[in-house]
Design a protein around this ligand. Structure first.
Ligand code: NAD
Length: 503
């Protein structure tokens, strides 16, 4: 049995069910067809939403700490399955095993966070201007939450949303990427095991608390358009996000958008260059450049550019490209042929726009049938149109600056606003970058690359990245509705602002 078949089996998939439908699933490792599974119809998807609505009516009345207990059990199940689910992430989306395992660790971390949160969904008490009155702000469950996810974080993004949504009292409908449905089905199984343990302990979870919808854009559209879906949390390209935003807004629904990034690093002459080189390399080539937070633009002081590029080229030449399941591989495959073509098109466009390839760009032998590429460095004379767009591949555009304000201007002069960073040991430079006139991104780091966020912070970005925040901090508030309550315990009815209405 091949390694891929063994991993599928470890995750509970059996041959018969794997080939019962028409959605073909390929492994980017070698392009082999792993499965062809059943897709839902639009009618089935609509039925799922109605079931979710019924689940909401029950789940919202379960005390939040009890809801947290279910998420605690989910975290335990994930701990037990870390190895097998991490491997499945690797064979389905191609990221190297350490990153596949890291993605599952991120799921465990958010479950821990959500369990604590289940006892901390704090509201406010507010001083009333009227005697004998009490005002307070209370957070209530919102309703069914639709989660639409991208291929490159096939499971972690779901868990960021689901762990919080469930603790906040909401059922979840998950539409994973059509390129990575198997990991979603594996998570569904893991979740069901947590529910079994929850019920064995005497609690009850409504049917339909988590439902997974398999299919493409048309199935995602059902979630987007259905009035009963209170929140649509969509992760993916800006192209997808702008359609989703418009359609959810048209029905006055709520959306949480996590879209494309075009992340930069500024390296100043005061930087620890050794640290910077490590961060550039992980940021630009990790996950084969297929993270929303991947480093795509290097804005470097002209006095150190040649030195940094020389060192980077040396490192790039030493990186092992190949089978992501093999322990010493650092760069796995691109997701598919389309991603490979997009990368080649971007390299050609950069050339036309005056860029010069410093290294990389070629297809390499990895595992036969997969799309493996050399990570690429391109020097650009200016921030031209190709640099201003997100190409989901390991291309690093290098530009120079002479004054830090100019560097910040270049960094901000793109449509996206996800992640950013500066490498410097000068506190003035660092604080300027973090100030109101510094980076305009949702994430701004000092002496840390743009990718690899922890779950404790709110994750998301500005401008075309969509403005959503999920995961840590107070992101939970997106999954609840805020109610301002005023109680009059006096025997009179004074009106606010001293208004008189005597009759
Ligand atoms: P994609 O936009 O092609 O697909 C994402 C998901 O949206 C899929 O499940 C797809 O079926 C669904 N979809 C597409 N059109 C839809 C529509 N009109 N209505 C409803 N659903 C629709 O993205 P991808 O190629 O899977 O992922 C790569 C992109 O995702 C990159 O742009 C990357 O930056 C972005 N991303 C962003 C974040 C973030 O947190 N900001 C995280 C991961 C990925």
């Amino acid at each position: 049995m091949s390694t891929i078949q063994t991993i599928l089996k470890k995750n509970g998939f059996f041959r018969k069910e794997l080939f019962s439908g028409d959605l073909k699933v390929y492994s980017p490792i070698n392009g082999s067809e792993m499965a062809s599974i059943n897709q839902h119809s639009r009618a089935e998807a609509e039925g799922t939403v109605l079931k979710s609505k019924e689940a909401f009516d029950k789940w919202r009345n379960v005390p939040a700490p009890v809801r947290g207990e279910l998420v605690r059990l989910l975290g335990e199940e994930l701990r037990a399955e870390k190895e097998s689910l991490g491997q499945l992430v690797t064979i389905e989306c191609g990221k190297v095993l350490s990153e596949g395992l890291g993605e599952v660790q991120e799921m465990i971390d958010i479950c821990d966070f959500a369990v604590g949160l289940s006892r901390q969904l704090y509201g406010l008490t507010i001083a009333s201007e009227r005697p004998g009155h009490h005002m307070r702000e209370v957070w209530h469950p919102l309703g069914p939450v639709g989660v639409i996810t991208a291929f490159n974080f096939p499971v972690a993004v779901w868990s960021w949303n689901a762990a919080l949504a469930i603790v906040c009292g909401n059922p979840v409908i998950w539409k994973p990427s059509e390129k990575t449905p198997l990991t979603a089905l594996a998570c569904d199984r893991i979740f069901k095991r947590a529910i079994e343990k929850f019920e064995k302990a005497g609690h009850s979870a409504p049917e339909g608390l988590l439902q997974v919808l398999i299919g493409g854009r048309d199935i995602g559209e059902v979630i987007v358009e259905h009035k009963a879906v209170a929140l649509v949390s969509a992760t993916g390209s800006t192209r997808m996000g702008s359609v989703v935003a418009e359609n959810v807004a048209a029905r006055m629904g709520r959306s949480l958008l996590e879209l494309g990034g075009n992340n930069a690093m500024i390296v100043t002459p005061k930087a620890d260059l050794e640290l910077a080189i490590r961060a550039i390399t992980f940021g630009a080539v990790g996950t084969a450049g297929q993270r929303c937070t991947s480093l795509r633009r290097l804005i470097i002081h002209d006095s150190i550019k040649d030195d940094v590029i020389e060192k980077l080229v040396q490192v790039y030449m030493s990186l092992k490209i190949g089978d992501p399941l093999s322990h010493n591989t650092l760069i796995g495959p691109l997701i598919d042929e389309g991603a490979f073509n997009d990368m080649q098109d971007a390299i050609k466009a950069a050339d036309v726009q005056g860029g010069g390839v410093v290294c990389g760009g070629m297809q390499v032998k990895g595992v036969k049938g997969g799309y493996y590429v050399e990570p690429t460095i391109i020097e650009m004379p200016r921030q031209s149109s190709i640099v201003r767009q997100e190409t989901f591949a390991p291309i690093l555009y290098v530009m120079t600056y002479s004054d830090l304000n100019e560097a910040i201007e270049i960094q901000n002069d793109v449509p996206q606003g996800l992640s950013s960073c500066i490498f410097t040991n000068d506190i003035r430079e660092a604080e300027l970058f973090l100030s109101a006139s510094g980076s305009d991104c949702g994430i701004a780091n000092v002496n840390i690359g743009p990718s690899g966020a922890e779950i404790g912070g709110a994750f998301g970005g500005e401008k075309e990245t969509g403005g959503g925040r999920e995961s840590g901090s107070d992101s939970w508030k997106a999954y609840m509705r805020r109610q301002t309550q005023t109680v009059n315990y006096s025997r009179s009815l004074p009106l606010a602002q001293g208004v008189k209405f005597d009759f």
